[in-house]
Ligand binder design. Sequence first.
Ligand SMILES: [Fe+2]
Ligand SMILES: [Fe+2]
Ligand SMILES: [Fe+2]
Length: 491
Amino acid sequence: MNPLQSYHSYQSLPPLAGVGTFEEAAAEGLGVQECVRRLKRYHYGFQRLWQTALARIASEPIYEIKMGLSHHAHLAAEHIGALRARVAEMRHPPLGLDIVPDAHLQRFFDEILGTSDPFAYLSGLYQHALPALRRGIERHLDETNPLADAPSVRLLKHALTEIDAMLVWGQEASARLREHAPEDTKMAVDVWLGELESWLRAAGDLDGTQERPDTPLPEPRHSAVPFVFDRVPARDERFPDPYNMGVHAEAFLHDERFADRDKVLMMYYRRLREIDVPEMMAPILYEMLQAAGDEERGGHPWLFYQEMTRQLWDEARHAMMGEVGFAKLGIDWPKLVRINFTWSKGLNEQLTPKERHAVLWYIEQGQMGKSGKRYEWEVGRDSEDPFAELIQDYDWADEVLHARIGRDWYVQGFDTVHEAAEYGSACWDKVMSDWHAWKAQGLTEHFNWWPALYQEACRLRGEDPDTTTESFDTSYAETRADLQRIAAGSG
Ligand SMILES: [Fe+2]
Ligand SMILES: [Fe+2]
Ligand SMILES: [Fe+2]
C-alpha cells in the first residue's frame, strides 16, 4: 500500500501550505537542470515577442496595433525579468540567457519578424508563437514538482494569466485584419503559417520537449535575407496631417483668459499626441539592443530595458487616455484634431539612440516643475471634468516615475545633472524642425483646427462659443525657437 494514503495532516488542516497534494508533492517532477533548460526557452519566446513588438511600434501605421504592441512589449519585458531572476537563483553565472536555444526556433521567430503585413505578423505571433509558449508553460506546470519548484510555478502561473489576456487581444486583432485582407493575401498567409508550424515542430515545440519529425523543412520565406529595421514612424488615415504645427496647445494651456474645461480639450490633445513617445522609445531600445549584440545588450543591464519598456507602455497609455477623453465627450478626434508626428520623426531620423534618450530625459525633467505636470493636474481638478482630473493625476505620477528612470539610466552617465541637461539640450538643438519649410514644401498648411474643435465642444454642451476662446490662433511658428522645442516636445 502507498504509505501516503495513511498519512494525514494535523486535524486535517490543509497540508503543504496549499501548493499541492501529497501525491503531487511526492512525485519526481523536473530536476533543476531540466527546469532551467525549459525556463530559458520560455525566456527566449518572451524575448522574441518583446523584440518583434519593439521592431514594429514605430513603423506600424495602425494606432490600435501600435498600442497593443506597446502593451505586450511591457508584459513580455516583465516576464523576461522574472525568468532571468529565477534562472539566476538556480544557476551560477554565466547563465547563458542570451544563447539561442535552438536554430529552428530562431528561424520560427525570424520568419515572424521578417513579415511586414500586420495581418501576417499578428497571426504568427498570436496564432502560433504565444500558443506554443502557453503549451510549454502548461506542460511545465503539469510536470514539475509543485513544492520543490514552487517559485517557478508561481511565476509561470502569473505568466499564463497574462499570456491568456494577450491571446484574447492578439487573436481578435488578427481575425479583424483577416476580414479586411484580400483573398490572395489570406491564401499566402495561410501557406506561410503552415510553414511556420514546421519550424516549430522541428524545434520540438517551443519548450523543446516534443518529438522532432524527420520531414523536410520549408525554404525560409520572410527570413531569407536579414531583417531591415525601419525607425520612421508611420500613422493610419486618422492622422492625415502629421506635420501640422498649427495649434500651440501649451500657449493655450497657460493663458489665463481661457477656462479650465476648454483647456481640458488641449490636454486630451497633448495626451493623444504622446503616441509619438512609444514610436521614439521603441527604436532606442531596438537599436541599442542590436548595436552590440544580445550578449552585451548595447552595454546596458537587462533592467534598463525592462524599465524603459514600462515607460514606453505608460506613454501609450497616456495617448489612449487622451483618446478616451475625446470619445467620452463625443468628439470625433480624427476629424477635428490633427495629431502630428514631427517629434518622433525628427528624433528617429536625426539622432542616435543615446541622443534621443538624452532629449527624452531633458523634456521629462522639464515637466517636473510647477508649470508642468502639476499644473495640468490642477487644470483637470478645476475643470469639473472628473475624468480629466483622474488621467492627469496618473499622467503626473507616471511622469515622476519616468524622471526617476531617466536619472537612473541616463543622468548616471554624467558627472553632474547640469552636464546631463546640457547634453540633452544640445541634442534637442540638433533636431531640425522647420515650420516654414514644411509649409513651403506642401507637407502641411498648419491649419488651425482649434476653432472647429471648440465649436463642437460648445455644441455638445448646448452653449454658445466664447469669442475670445474661439479666436485662439497661435501656432508653433511664432514661438521662440527654444521654447517651441520644449513646448512641442512630448515625453
Ligand atoms: Fe504623459
Ligand atoms: Fe509622456
Ligand atoms: Fe514620460
